[in-house]
Design a protein around this ligand. Structure first.
Ligand code: IFM
Length: 442
């Protein structure tokens, strides 16, 4: 039933703020997520990433865990403010050392490091100057990229510039649910442009600093389907597709911003300068897909003020996040990236599910997560058989971790974390994934 080519990557993913902790240790600067989570009322139960999974101190144990699981790739992000505490200028050697030791340990364990340069934790010093809404942030990102790739590029080949720029821009600057907590669509549109520009300009820099670099960007993609064949529902679904998917895919594929959305946003886009769109369309080696769910859109269920797609769930299976379980959406997304956009390679850089886990007799049995992962992998296998260039799969997440505005209330890990003791327990989904990897790689 499953078929994966030789050399397929089997990984797990994490992100700096979600697991590291040590938020102010060894010279690390403050990030927008430190500031946001320390602001009362912004994160559920007042949770913060101050300690999280304490990975900053327990990385050796975590690498050993990955080795035991049989992973051959690990996607993690570097914390910009750990490396450049003020966002640019002064480099913090302890920050570089931390990631350098981690990379060495991964290579020693035969696990390929995949680095995401930006997974939402902008240095607060840059936010104080306007953050992603200001064009100057692009140069700061290039300085940061240059610093990290020069330090680690002799050993790390795989680079993801940004994780989910839609979330950084629209959830952070329009919806206010993520740091920096702003609520302006115009700010979000400017932020999205500067994120894309930072990505596009970073790609040649990565290539210059790392021999044989494999460089790309990760997007959260989610098919938006009309709930009925009515024109109104189709139009509403097309709008959400433009907002979430095409706003990023089109410029990356050298098609510019989608005109229907430019018209709908009514933003003059005066921040675009000559050469920007070409820079954004710098050829990438791959696109990373974070897939969780689809949206099923009914026009009369979307109000003017509402920015987020409101899905009418068709299936009766939902995760703890309230997200529909819909594996076919992953297949459709992969097909679109290949047939409609023609990206040269695709990695699934995140896929997974939150469910309420309990520890019983030292074991965590999570059949719903296991089934979620298995059914999505079935779609990946089918996509490969249908000729789509899918090269790897990273489960989200290696560990239970800080789920942003939801704090520690949502568990996505294939490894359970007891936040009081920091004990890690591999869940039954993790044990299954491990066996599956071994079967697929013999
Ligand atoms: O936890 C996040 C991750 O940081 C980015 N992608 C979605 C995950 C689950 O919400």
């Amino acid at each position: 039933m499953f078929q994966f080519p030789k050399g397929f990557l089997w990984g797990a993913a994490t992100a700096s703020y979600q697991i590291e902790g040590a938020w102010n240790e060894d010279g690390k600067g403050e990030s927008i997520w430190d500031r946001f989570s320390h602001t009362p009322g912004m994160v559920q139960d007042g949770d913060t990433g101050d300690v999280a999974c304490d990975h900053y101190h327990r990385w050796r144990e975590d690498v050993a865990l990955m080795k035991d699981l049989g992973l051959n790739a690990y996607r993690f992000s570097t914390a910009w403010a750990r490396i450049l505490p003020e966002g640019r200028g002064r480099v913090n050697p302890a920050g570089i050392d931390f990631y350098s030791r981690l990379v060495d340990a991964l290579l020693e364990a035969k696990i390929e490091p995949w680095i995401t340069l930006y997974h939402w934790d902008l240095p607060q010093a840059l936010q104080d100057k306007g953050g992603w809404t200001e064009r100057a942030v692009v140069d700061a990102f290039l300085e940061y990229t240059d610093t990290v790739t020069r330090a680690l590029g002799d050993r790390v080949k795989n680079w993801i510039t940004l994780n989910e720029p839609w979330v950084s821009a629209f959830v952070g600057y329009e919806m206010g649910r993520h740091a920096p907590g702003h609520t302006s669509r115009d700010e979000a549109i400017a932020a999205a442009h500067h994120l894309l520009l930072a990505h596009g300009k970073a790609v040649p820099l990565i290539r210059a600093n790392c021999a044989n670099a494999n460089a790309g960007v990760t997007l959260n993609l989610s098919p938006q389907e009309p709930a009925s064949p009515s024109l109104a529902d189709k139009k509403a679904a097309a709008w959400f597709d433009g907002y979430i998917n095409r706003w990023f895919l089109d410029p990356l594929a050298a098609r510019g911003y989608p005109q229907d959305m430019v018209n709908s946003f009514g933003n003059k886009m005066e921040f675009i300068q000559p050469g920007d769109m070409d820079a954004i369309a710098a050829p990438v080696d791959f696109v990373g897909v974070n897939y969780y769910m689809r949206g099923v859109i009914r026009a009369d269920n979307v109000s003017e003020e509402e920015n987020e797609p409101r899905s009418v769930f068709r299936g009766d299976e939902e995760t703890e996040m309230g997200w529909e379980v819909y594996p076919k959406g992953l297949y459709n997304t992969l097909g679109r990236l290949h047939f409609e956009y023609g990206f040269p390679a695709i990695y699934i850089t995140e896929n997974g599910a939150a469910f309420a886990d309990t520890v019983t007799d030292g074991q965590v049995d999570d059949p719903a997560r296991l089934s979620y992962i298995k059914r999505h992998l079935e779609m990946v296998s089918r996509a490969i058989n249908a000729g789509m260039p899918v090269k790897g799969y990273f489960v989200w997440s290696l560990l239970d971790n800080f789920e942003w505005g939801f704090g520690f209330s949502k568990r996505f890990g294939i490894v359970y974390v007891d936040y009081k003791t920091q004990k890690r327990t591999v869940k039954s989904s993790g044990r299954w994934y491990s066996r599956f990897i071994r079967e697929m790689t013999v």
